[in-house]
Ligand binder design. Sequence first.
Ligand code: HEC
Length: 220
Amino acid sequence: MKVRAGFVHSMGLMLIGGLVISGCAAVAEQNDSAKNAAKDAATTRAAFAMMQASFKARGQASVDRLNQDETQQLCSQYQDNPPKEIREKIEALNQKLTLFPADGVLLGDWKEGEKIAQSGVGKQFTDNPENAAGGNCYACHQLTKAEVSYGNIGPSLYNFGKVRAYAPEIAKYAYGKIYNAEAYSACSNMPRFGHSNILTPQQIKHVVALLMDPESPVNK
Ligand code: HEC
């Protein structure tokens, strides 16, 4: 059993994002009027200024982490529940941002993948940016029977390859999903591991092997 740490910084920002929105929720009820829209914008600006004033850059945790990209802005604006056309826009935008390995190889070594899934190290100011970050997959997913400590924000991935099929299109989906979850499910709570440079393409291949190799404990 391990204590799950990591992504505390990004999770903290997600929560703060939520607070900004709930601060706007009261006025959002009669959101039709331009007056309320202006109020919303002013509240968001004030909250952002407050965050900018209170966050201090430390090590690799620079203040530019407060800047939202278009996907994050849209998800904040729609409280992670955008209407269909915005959802499709977010997914299409992120499909374009999802890069697959040029060599076409999607599977690495599941044993390395298990280490990455177990590790919650990386991206915090106390972490050495020279060292590879972990994927912290167990923080949100069950993956193997052997590991009894896992979170359940995400679905169980136990038997992923066995149930979905050991097929190239499933490996491609797994790689793309881990690289950029927003390309498949707008406003997902899953970090965009490749897109956000948390994991390298090689690390993602190892994790895909963890999900897809018939010999992996995920499929045993
Ligand atoms: C902060 C929580 C979180 C972390 C960390 C996380 N995920 Fe997820 N993941 C989710 C959530 C929530 C979903 C379901 C929503 C969605 O599909 O985006 C999901 C969905 C998935 C799916 C799609 C499942 C399906 O049935 O199609 C895969 C595959 C996956 N995650 C793999 C991983 C791997 C591998 C890691 C580690 C590199 C990881 N996740 C880390 C939250 C997380």
